[in-house]
Each structure stands twice: as C-alpha cells, then as structure tokens.
Design a protein around this ligand. Structure first.
Ligand code: PLP
Length: 405
C-alpha cells in the first residue's frame, strides 16, 4: 500500500499555503504537481547537461540524446507498446490529436466520410475533428450519453458504417470521471476495419494502460497531468498508420536527405518530430514514469478509488448538492453544483480556504450544453491527496452553502 505522507514529502508544493491556509490541491485533472525527482531531473539537465539532441558529436549532446531515447523506451514499457517506432513525442495531448487530425485526416478523410466522436469529449478531442470535417466536407457524428454519464453504446453501433473513417473517444471523461468501455468500442470498430483514437489524458494517470491489450490505433496523453513537465506529451500510434501518414510538420530532425529538388523523411518516429524536440520535458516525463512505476499504478488506482468513494459518500450526505457523473466505473473526479450558487462563487470561496478546484465549462462546452448547465465545480484527486483533504473539501462546501445558499 502507499505511504501517503512519504509521497506528499516528495512534492514540495504540497507544503505551501494559499490565503494563509495549507494548500488542498484538488485540481489534478487540469495539471498534477511534480515530485522532486522530476524537478531535480529538469534542474540537473539545465545546470549540467543541456545540449541539443540528435545533432552533436560532442559529449553533452550525446548524453542528452541517449536520455531522450531512454525516455522513449520508458514510455514503451510503461504503456506496453511494441516498439519505440510507435512513440512520437509531442507538446501534449492537444498537439498529438491535432497531429492525427491533420496528417491522418488529410490522407484518409474525404468528402462525405464520417468521424465519430462523443458528446463527453474535451475540446481537444472535439474541435480538431470538427475543423477537419469542415475542411473536408465530412460529417461529425456525436454519440450521446445514457443515464448518469455513460456513453450510448447502441449509438456507436448505429453510426458506424461504410462512411466512417475514424472513431475518437476519451478513455476517461475529464468532467464526469466516466471510464468508457474503450475495449468494446475498439473491438466493434475493428470489426468494420475502422481505426480508433483513444484520448488517454485522464486515464493514463489513474490506471495501468496496455497498448497491446487495448489494441487501439492511436493513444494520446500529456506529461503535465502525469506528474511530469508541461509542454511534453505522447502520441502512441500503430506503425502501420505512421508509415502511411504524411509528416505533420516539416523542418530539421524529421528529414533523411534534403536536396534543392526533394526531401526524404527520417525513419519513425522522427518523421513526426520536426524541429528541436522538448528533450528536457521528455526526460522529465521519463522520470515521472519511473516515479509512478515505483509506486505501482494498481496501488494508485486503488487508493484514488478510496478517495472517490469517500467523496461520493460525503456528497450523498450533503443536501443541496448535485453530482454530475455517477456511473459505476469512474476515476477520481467529482463534478458538482450547489443549489442556487454559481460555480465560480463556489470555486472562489473554496480558494480562500486554500482549496483549489476547477470551475467553468471544463473545456467541454458541448457536454455542458447537453447537460443544461453553464459550468460545474470539479474536484479531481491525485495520488497524494488524503482523506482529510476530501473532508476539508466538504467542510468548505458547507461554509459556501452557509454564506451563499
Ligand atoms: N483530453 C482530456 C480528456 C483532457 O482532460 C485534457 C486536458 O484537460 C486534454 C485532452 C488536453 O490536454 P492538454 O491541454 O495537456 O493538451
């Protein structure tokens, strides 16, 4: 089991105060805090080892290149991919999805084709597809919800057909916490030879992910939600797709040979990594992976489920509170509204108590409209949160209700 106090001491920011109160950080869905091992790695690189990668024969460049490629190997092992050829470093989930929407979209989506998304997607996994469909005169088909935050699986079955070119779906909703049955969706899609992109921004951090078992075609996640640095993320893609997709951006590092007349491209995955990579971010991400592996994703998942169950129990005991997303398979995310109180006001008053939560449309406006709300308050739990902090959230909620209810 996890030693939470020891874990907390690995994250220096957790001992700071906000508005004179100990920080209770419950905005992990937006970004997670960083352990010393990540901070120290970034510091070490900047102070002792910085040099551009893939292009120097000198010691520092070779050392950085080796660590960068080691970080890629760590990702392969962590998500059980087949090889480093399937791992493209990007600036984050958004950049990875845009890469696929642009490169795969330009090559394989034509007028009259269809892309299937869902109503619970983050804007990152919605807007690039909407824009692609506009560009190509294709149709965006949007799967709705049933009940309390589950996708309507029958609608996938209904929408899927000859015109479908791709299905794209979040493994875990950043709003509802729903863990979607992506395995079933992938099996269904593959029975029609349709590729699937899984947005793993909110799932990879809460549970063990296995590319070979999942068998998706594309998978994306961000370093900063994963206790790693900002500005780095991963696109996993099956080699068969990366082989036939054109480069997304052009420039240095992604070429094999360049003449005045023509250019040939570098081997995978570098074909998709134009320009100076965020090698310090990638190496920092490798450090975060090492940290999480040390704790064990199963242990993290189990612990976060305890926090979530406590949060649901306290929510059930709180009058005048509506929780959005009550499906059985959920990650550690609790989105809610308090009767008669604007979500911003709730967030601002909680902030005065040192409690950081997210408020607003949570980058999921189509879902907000669908649910008939303008925004929500979201508490999202990380591996270092404690049961006392969950209790502090509900003590805070009571105070908000006393003040404004
Ligand atoms: N997808 C989901 C489900 C998310 O929760 C987020 C961020 O909150 C993103 C995509 C976008 O991630 P990033 O901003 O790191 O690119």
């Amino acid at each position: 089991m996890l030693d939470i106090q020891k874990i907390r001491s690995d994250f220096p920011i957790l001992s700071t105060t906000v508005c004179g109160k100990p920080l209770v950080y419950l905005d992990n869905g937006a970004t997670a805090q960083k352990p010393n091992v990540v901070i120290d790695t970034i510091n070490r690189l900047h102070t002792r080892q910085n040099a551009n990668i893939h292009r120097g024969v000198h010691y520092l460049s070779e050392a950085c290149t080796e660590e960068y490629e080691n970080a890629r190997r760590s990702v392969v092992t962590f998500i059980n991919a087949n090889s480093t050829r399937e791992i493209v470093f990007t600036a984050g989930t958004t950049a990875a999805i845009n890469l696929v929407a642009s490169s795969f979209g330009d090559e394989f989506v034509q007028e009259g084709n269809e892309i299937i998304v869902t109503i619970m997607e983050h804007h990152s996994n919605f807007v690039p597809w909407q824009a692609l469909c506009r560009r190509k005169n294709a149709r965006l088909r949007v799967v709705d919800l049933t009940g309390d935050g589950d996708l309507d699986l029958e609608q996938f079955q209904e929408f899927i057909g000859e015109k479908t070119r791709l299905i794209t779906v979040a493994q875990t909703s950043n709003v509802l916490g729903t863990v979607n049955p992506v395995s079933d969706i992938i099996k269904l899609a593959h029975s029609y030879n349709i590729p699937v992109l899984v947005d793993g921004a909110q799932s990879v951090v809460h549970s063990k992910i296995d590319m070979q078992a999942l068998d998706c075609d594309f998978f994306t996640f961000s370093g900063h939600k994963f206790y790693g640095p900002t500005g780095i993320g991963v696109l996993y893609a099956k080699e068969k797709w990366l082989d036939v997709m054109p480069p997304y951006q052009y420039g240095g590092d992604m070429v094999a040979t360049v003449t005045v007349e023509d250019t040939t491209f570098a081997d995978l995955p570098l074909k998709f990594e134009a320009g100076t990579a965020n090698y310090i971010g990638a190496i920092g991400l490798g450090a975060a992976i090492g940290y999480l592996e040390g704790l064990g994703m199963e242990n993290i998942q189990q612990y976060e489920q305890e926090l979530l169950q406590l949060a649901h129990k306290l929510a059930d005991e709180t009058a005048g509170m509506t929780v959005y997303g009550r499906t059985k398979r959920k990650a550690g995310i609790l989105s809610f509204l308090l009767d008669g109180i604007h979500h911003y006001d709730t967030g601002m008053i909680l902030d005065k108590m040192g409690i950081a939560v997210r408020t607003g449309h949570l980058c999921a406006e189509p879902l907000m409209t669908y649910m008939g709300v303008t925004g929500l308050v979201r508490a999202s739990f990380g591996l270092y949160n404690t049961k006392e902090e969950v209790q502090a959230l509900f003590d805070g909620i009571k105070k908000v209700q006393q003040m404004l209810g």
